[in-house]
Design a protein around this ligand. Structure first.
Ligand SMILES: *[C@@H]1O[C@H](CO)[C@@H](O)[C@H](O)[C@H]1NC(C)=O
Ligand SMILES: *[C@@H]1O[C@H](CO)[C@@H](O)[C@H](O)[C@H]1NC(C)=O
Ligand SMILES: *[C@@H]1O[C@H](CO)[C@@H](O)[C@H](O)[C@H]1NC(C)=O
Length: 469
């Protein structure tokens, strides 16, 4: 996403600059991908339970009036951020986003990347450059300087479970002195993270911050049942859309130009209906099941001679650098069922806005426990798209069933319901519009950057208070 200063109205000049940047981004060969968190939440087992979490209410209104930054109290505080790695995946990018939000209120930030490849890496270099430009100090992961910073910092933010390895390896005897000011931000729930090697210090930190209630419940349960450890105070913080994304979503000219451009590149007509999954292509994200539902929907439309515009399935997230068995399976299915002309495969991209501008319905088909949060869902809602999502994970906390989209069960049980939902939305333009508008209103109400800032500010205040007591 191109970085742009924002402010009320975007001038015509700025708008064109934005458009040009977007088009450059479109033609770039960099095949990376953000959108929804790249950290998968899937694993074989699935558990349902309820347990109390000391949650910051995600519905809290945001509270702040325009102009008042809820993070203001972080001015001149020193924060050490420890990222398990530096890449264009969801976890590190979110931490970077928080670093920039805090820089904007004058927080001093030191950034440490725990695991780095030994060879020079272009992505790491450019991300570090970007941080340096914004006044984030990038420091070595090990050594006395890292220890001193940790001891001096007002707050230490560990990002993802794996970052826990940094504590003993670097701080050694100082671990107990640092733990009371650690906020641990967790974005994943795959089984192998429930490992004492990573999380044995988790009970003793000031707090854990987790992207959805479902994920927080899962952590609470798993740490208890599997590892016999107790979660610290746990805060659920739903994410928000960046201002950059909202700028494009709310600019009707930008949206129209992008829509025309992408539709032309996909070879579809103005009135064709595009149902898309925008996610890395993997079984956990459910592209295979989506295509099966889509095929079922096409058959229904044909059998019942339903009067609907031509419908297309778009899969955004192909990795050109590693052709997987799963991708081959998807392509074979499409060839076997002879629906090639109705399906489009698109490369992974960092820049999801052009695709959101060009599609009509987002399908969020993540399987098993679903997404931890699923940022692409709120991004799609910003573009006034209805969402057809699995009733799992963070999606259930974002999509209001029947209002901003429809939920279907994960797994094979969801095939026919999803097919029926696709047909319904294809037939009912008013439903699509109504759900899209309701989704947008929900984003305005709770999924903007300032909402996220506010929610995070409550957690940071709490953690600072504990660290100083
Ligand atoms: C935790 O999950 C397991 C299944 O994975 C379930 O049997 C158990 O009852 C859950 N425990 C709590 C406290 O919710
Ligand atoms: C995907 O990337 C490959 C390799 O860079 C390129 O040849 C191909 O045209 C791209 N496809 C699309 C649909 O952008
Ligand atoms: C969603 O709502 C539909 C009716 O609008 C209902 O049939 C379906 O069971 C609901 N799904 C969930 C997961 O609540």
């Amino acid at each position: 996403m191109p970085k742009h200063s924002t402010g009320g109205l975007i001038s015509v000049q700025k708008r064109w600059a934005l458009m040009i940047l977007l088009c450059i981004a479109l033609s770039t060969t960099i095949a990376f991908f953000i959108g929804s968190s790249a950290n998968s939440c899937n694993s074989a087992d699935y558990g349902k339970f309820s347990s109390r979490i000391d949650a910051v209410e995600p519905e809290s209104s945001g509270g702040n009036k325009k102009g008042e930054n809820p993070l203001h109290f972080m001015n001149s505080k020193l924060v050490l951020m420890v990222s398990h790695e530096l890449s264009l995946s969801g976890g590190p990018l979110l931490l970077m986003e928080l670093a920039f939000l805090l820089r904007a209120v004058g927080t001093r930030i030191v950034w440490i990347t725990n695991q780095k490849p030994t060879e020079p890496d272009e992505v790491i270099h450019s991300l570090e450059q970007r941080m340096a430009d914004r006044g984030v100090k990038v420091s070595p992961a090990k050594g006395q300087e890292a220890v001193d910073t940790a001891l001096k910092a007002d707050l230490v933010i560990l990002n993802t479970a794996v970052a826990g390895k940094w504590l003993d390896a670097v701080l050694k005897d100082n671990v107990p002195r640092v733990l009371p000011k650690v906020l641990w931000w967790i974005h994943e729930m795959r089984g192998h993270y429930f490992n004492l090697e990573y999380v044995k210090h988790l009970p003793f930190v000031a707090g854990a911050m987790i992207d959805s209630h479902t994920t927080a419940d899962y952590w609470k349960n798993r740490t208890h049942e599997r590892l016999g450890i107790k979660m610290p105070a746990t805060y659920v913080v739903h994410l928000g859309n960046s201002k950059d994304l909202m700028d494009v979503a709310e600019d009707s000219v930008a949206r129209r130009v992008l829509r025309e451009h992408i539709r032309e590149s996909l070879g579809v007509q103005k009135d064709d209906l595009l149902f898309a999954i925008i996610n890395s292509v993997s079984r956990g994200k459910g592209q295979d099941l989506f295509l099966k539902s889509f095929y079922e929907a096409l058959q229904l439309i044909q059998e019942k001679k339903l009067h609907v515009p031509p419908v297309y399935a778009v899969i955004v997230g192909i990795d050109v650098n590693s052709k997987t068995k799963f991708e081959t399976e998807l392509r074979n299915f499409v060839a076997d069922k002879k629906i090639m002309q109705r399906v489009r495969f698109v490369n992974k991209t960092l820049n999801v806005a052009p695709y959101l501008a060009s599609i009509d319905v987002l399908v969020q088909n993540s399987q098993a426990r679903g997404e931890c949060f699923g940022r692409i869902t709120i991004e799609a809602m910003a573009f006034q798209l209805p969402v057809l999502g699995t009733a799992a994970g963070g999606t259930m906390e974002i999509v209001v069933n029947g209002t901003t989209g429809w939920l279907h069960p994960a797994g094979k049980d969801g095939l026919t319901p999803l097919a029926a939902n696709i047909v319904q939305l294809a037939m009912q333009v008013e439903t699509r519009t109504r759900m899209g508008n309701k989704g947008y209103a929900r984003v305005q109400e709770m999924f903007l950057e300032h909402h996220m800032s506010y929610r995070i500010s409550l957690v940071l205040k709490e953690v600072l208070r504990k660290a100083n007591s």
